[in-house]
Design a protein around this ligand. Sequence first.
Ligand SMILES: [Zn+2]
Length: 58
Amino acid sequence: MKKEKQFIVCPSCGSTDMRWLLGGKLGDQYKCAKCGFQGIGLSGNEEFAKEVKGKIGE
Ligand SMILES: [Zn+2]
């Protein structure tokens, strides 16, 4: 299986510029550098990140 680079994607704006905040019971918490969203990031490959961005942009 090909190993793809994994990204943390902001569920609010689709940015991959997510900064790790802390790890808790519910999972790792991130803060988006672009829109300020804080919470659980979506993880996926580059294709997935583009998809999220595309959906939000529409
Ligand atoms: Zn964001």
